[in-house]
Design a protein around this ligand. Structure first.
Ligand code: GDP
Ligand code: MN
Length: 372
């Protein structure tokens, strides 16, 4: 007759074996429930996406044990817990730096590395056109990424990096300054720029992003404290003054001049001009054929140069621009069409305003554009 083997064995086991078994069980349970020591990997794990379809602002790391994929997770994100405060470092707030890039400048990358906001809280996003120049820029960018993320010191490494290649044609084939800035080329060019920014924004903004810093690929100099300085003003969107260094042949010295004219306060005349325009026409700034008499932040540098002076704006440029992620989450984007006769970053300022978010500018706080 077959007897249940287990019961036989149990009956025969001597008490000391049972005790040993029980002690072993307790050890195993303690091992399973005790929290692992908060090592560097534990900190990383918090910021790591659990699935490759998770928002890309968190890097996804493949399971080290192959075949252990399990079902796709359902993830809850509590947006109310994502703080957006004037003290983003103390509150460990995540920053997404977004750069549309037609050309790669080493000075841009070097300046980016100098930003002293904790790099483990920064995700970088790039979008590059699929042209010969775009290909060259992608190669150069990837070489620097390799150097910083793999070979460089741990503290320089960014949390994650996303590179997008554009799925539409660039508007102006030539990136030469004179060709780029011809008035006739502006609408098509800014339409494409707007689409590039939107593609970049909508594919990278994650649930843990607190701030988005727009930073053009030709910004080669800024204070290392750029992010925390701009954030300290606690404004929905805030733009520094974009200047350019140049050699002054008259004084035989280096000097500087305003570069970006897209940050402005509106004028009666500009509004009257817009009222006479067709719905698809756009107002442009910085062309004498179209005098708008707007008050340009480029010309508002004050004598005392108080860096913390803030002014309300109606249009903003995007060379460097800090935006609270909630402004984008509410739906403010870069219109690639005439929106109140404004396009791209200027249209974005208008859209933010219509959503109840006031744009601001810092006339005396400067960043510098590359000089071609
Ligand atoms: P400007 O400074 O006003 O003359 O504008 P830029 O030509 O410098 O363009 C602004 C930013 O967009 C820079 O970072 C450029 O590298 C980038 N850019 C310009 N054209 C394109 C484009 O067609 N596609 C993408 N993805 N980026 C572009
Ligand atoms: Mn530029």
């Amino acid at each position: 007759m077959a007897r249940p083997m287990g019961s036989v064995r149990l009956k025969k086991a001597n008490p000391s074996t049972l005790l040993l078994g029980a002690v072993l069980c307790i050890f195993i349970i303690i091992f399973l429930v005790s929290p692992s020591t908060p090592t560097k990997t534990a900190r990383l794990a918090v910021n790591t996406a659990s699935h490759h379809l998770s928002p890309p602002t968190s890097p996804y790391r493949k399971s080290s044990r192959p075949g252990e994929l399990g079902p796709p997770p359902v993830t809850h994100y509590k947006l109310n817990n994502v703080t957006i405060t004037p003290d983003p470092i103390a509150n460990q707030e995540h920053v997404l730096i977004l750069t549309p890039m037609a050309r790669f400048y080493q000075e841009y990358w070097d300046n980016l590395l100098k930003l002293n906001y904790p790099h483990e809280l920064i995700t970088l996003g790039f979008i590059l056109p699929k042209t010969k120049e775009g290909n060259a820029a992608t190669t150069a960018l990837q070489a620097q990424i390799q150097r910083t993320q793999k070979q460089g010191p741990e503290k320089d490494r960014f949390k994650s990096i996303i590179i997008l290649r554009q799925d539409f044609e660039p508007a102006v084939m030539s990136q030469d300054e004179s060709e780029r800035h011809k008035m006739a080329n502006q609408k098509a060019r800014r339409e494409v720029m707007a689409k590039a920014r939107n593609s970049l924004l909508f594919t990278t903004l994650g649930p843990s992003t607190s701030w988005v810093l727009w930073l053009d690929a030709d910004i080669v100099e800024s204070p290392p404290t750029l992010i925390q300085d701009l954030a300290s003003h606690d404004k929905p969107l805030i733009v520094p003054n974009c200047f350019q260094r140049y050699y002054d042949g008259d004084t035989k010295k280096m000097s500087e001049r305003p570069y970006d004219y897209n940050s402005w306060q509106d004028s009666e005349i500009a509004q009257q001009l817009a009222a006479q325009m067709g719905p698809d026409d756009i107002l442009l700034e910085g062309y004498k054929e179209m005098a708008t008499y707007r008050a340009l932040m480029a010309y508002m540098v004050t004598e005392q140069a108080d860096k913390s002076l803030v002014i309300p704006l109606d249009g903003v440029g995007g060379t460097a621009l800090l935006v609270k992620a909630d402004v984008h989450r509410d739906g403010a984007m870069f219109p690639p069409f005439a929106f109140y006769n404004l396009i791209e970053t200027e249209g974005f300022a208008k859209m933010a305003k219509r959503l109840g978010w006031q744009p601001w500018g810092l006339p005396n706080y400067k960043v510098y554009h590359y000089n071609e």
